[in-house]
Design a binder for this molecule. Structure first.
Ligand code: C2E
Ligand code: CA
Ligand code: CA
Length: 551
């Protein structure tokens, strides 16, 4: 209902009233329009209603408004307003502050307004909007509850933030309305399994938060397990069946922070980690993991930039591979290096998972292949049968354009297929033997050798040997480390090499650091080739040439 305190409109307000009312019908925000000469303000009905103001037209608005502004922000509010109104150039008032609503609660609003000048340059009108800051208000609400618990018990507890897995797909496949129903349904499901005295907050998007006073690790695990099991049943919505699992990030307070905003940020990061690690799980916040997460987020941005700028910052190092029989240099493995924008070398273990996760390994992998082939062409001048081994991620083997790219590259540089070897780590591929084999075979048909990398690190090593058709097996350093003191390990290497030889696969041993290891591996184990610090570390192109080719 319209509240009318019967103050007549000034000519200026009358002129704009029509537009103002029209705007008020479409906007959710609060609107205001001030005739500065008459000190008369016109506000939208929602503002009158929510803050119990005397009417839509008011003289000297601040007499009603200032008392409602939170004392902590009152000074800031008044100085911002007077500064804007005194200005002789059009300028903006923009401030976030709390105001008391008709229920007596302080809510955060963001107020933006601009002063218009008349032809003589005098402030003439002041127009703008105020919007409710939903997230900040929610944070206050949760903080209020947290403080209440804290005062009541004096003890800490846990905050669990739940986020739906793959919710975007629901929205994209169906529509927003179905999405909203799913969100509501999931809230009910979670609400039903948590202890009745706890409150579940609906947060922005597809997230929910639960405050659990005095919770221990076991309590949190138990709650998550019940949520998980409740969500493992399909939800029937409008005749469609949905499986909608949730990931969760948990922080314990006060250990992980005292301020709700900090705690929430940490819980959300833990949830993001839970999603990255495979979804449908709960991750408990730890400072170390959080720091790693922050680093990986900023690293991801820098990596994108590097790739967009034509792989600047990336380079290839090469580690020599020698024949086990006579220590002759037969090739090298190309190992990717990346310098971040500050010029610091980042370990491959850190940046390669990011390249894989973002699928940037696909363009970068092509860059690697091309660089490696170029280098191999150069080095064949010194060693005519030189071969470069190129690491290939699972993502790359799934990308069918990689094979064509490699084939085309060999052609462009006029290099035979036996100048490269493609290495694939077996630990990631257990699921899909027949597909991998098909891809391997298509490379082998071209005459390109494929190697199974890191043999012995995954638990399915023998299974992959049985299932994968490859030309070379690279036995990991894990196997080699103890061969000098451990008879079993030595025999194991010996048998694996034997087995490989019996089916025509050659064996390269990685991580050979000592002369005695080398002796054993060649004489007793009959390895074919060796790659390890004993014969050389990974080096840049120029250093490699200097050390191994021109000497
Ligand atoms: P990898 O393919 O098993 O590469 C061999 C790693 O063992 C290299 O580490 C190398 O420096 C190290 N190494 C070689 N000899 C010795 C030794 O005698 N002792 C010891 N302790 N270590 C030795 P790096 O360069 O740090 O690479 C780590 C991993 O990053 C590689 O393991 C590979 O999985 C991945 N990677 C490197 N470059 C690429 C690439 O271009 N593409 C892909 N997809 N992955 C790559
Ligand atoms: Ca490798
Ligand atoms: Ca390896």
């Amino acid at each position: 209902m319209r509240k009318n305190n019967r103050i007549p409109l000034s000519p200026c307000l009358r002129r704009f009233r029509f537009y103002f009312d029209l705007l008020g019908k479409t906007a959710k925000d609060y609107l205001f329009f001030t005739d500065l000469q008459e000190n008369l303000v016109m506000v939208s009905p929602n503002l009158v209603n929510d803050f119990d103001l005397p009417g839509e037209i008011m003289h000297d608005f601040d007499q009603y408004w200032v008392p409602l502004v939170h004392p902590e922000e009152r000074g800031e509010y008044q100085s911002s307003i007077s500064k804007v109104l005194a200005s002789q150039v059009p300028c903006e008032h923009s401030l976030e502050y709390r105001v008391k609503n008709r229920k007596g609660e302080y809510i955060w609003i963001c107020c933006r307004g601009r002063v218009g000048l008349d032809r003589d340059g005098n402030p003439y009108m002041f127009v703008g909007t105020m919007s409710r800051m939903a997230q900040r208000n929610q944070a206050d609400e949760v903080t209020g509850l947290l403080n209440k618990y804290h005062r009541a018990t004096g003890e800490g507890g846990a905050i669990m933030v739940f986020g739906l897995d793959n919710f975007k797909i629901v929205n994209e496949t169906y529509n927003r309305m179905t999405g909203d129903i799913v969100l509501k349904r999931v809230a009910d499901v979670i609400g039903n399994v948590i202890p009745p005295e706890l409150t579940l907050f609906k947060l922005d998007g597809d997230e929910y938060a639960l405050i659990y006073p005095n919770a221990k690790t076991e309590d949190v695990a138990e709650i998550f397990a019940s949520v998980q099991s409740a969500l493992s049943r399909p939800q029937d919505i409008d005749g469609h069946q949905y499986f909608c699992t949730a990931s969760c990030g948990t922080v314990f307070y006060p250990e992980a922070g005292k301020d709700y905003l900090v705690l929430h940020k940490h819980a959300e990061a833990a949830m993001d980690i839970a999603k990255r690690e495979g979804k449908n799980r709960n991750t408990i916040f730890s400072k170390e993991q959080y720091n790693r997460w922050v680093r990986s987020i900023s690293m991801r941005d820098s990596i994108w930039e590097s790739v967009e700028n034509g792989c600047v910052g990336f380079s290839l190092f090469f580690q020599p591979q020698v024949s086990a029989v006579d220590q002759r240099l037969i090739g090298a493995e190309a190992l990717l290096r990346w310098k971040n924008p500050k010029g610091r070398m980042v370990a491959p273990m850190e940046f390669i998972p990011i390249l894989e996760e973002t699928k940037l390994i696909i363009p970068v992998g092509k860059w690697i292949a091309e660089e490696a082939i170029k280098v191999c062409k150069r080095w064949r001048r010194f060693v005519p049968d030189f071969r470069v081994s190129i690491n290939m991620s699972y993502e790359q083997i799934k990308d069918l354009s990689f094979k064509n790219f490699v084939e085309d590259c060999l052609e462009r540089y006029d290099m035979p297929p036996d100048s490269i070897v493609l290495e694939l780590t077996e630990s990631k591929i257990v699921a899909d033997w027949s597909f991998i084999n098909k891809q391997f075979d298509s490379f082998r048909h071209l005459g390109i050798a494929v190697a199974m990398d890191d043999f012995g690190t995954g638990y399915s090593s023998l299974a992959s040997l049985k299932n994968l058709s490859c030309d070379i097996v690279k036995i990991d350093r894990e196997f080699v480390k103890k061969i000098l003191e451990n008879d079993f390990d030595r025999r194991l290497v010996q048998y694996v090499v034997d087995l490989c030889h019996s089916i025509g696969i050659s064996c390269c041993i990685e991580g050979v650091e000592e002369e005695a290891e080398y002796e054993l591996l060649t004489k007793e184990c009959k390895a074919d080739s060796i790659q390890g610090y004993l014969f050389g570390h990974p080096e840049s192109v120029t250093d490699f040439e200097e050390k191994f080719l021109q000497g």
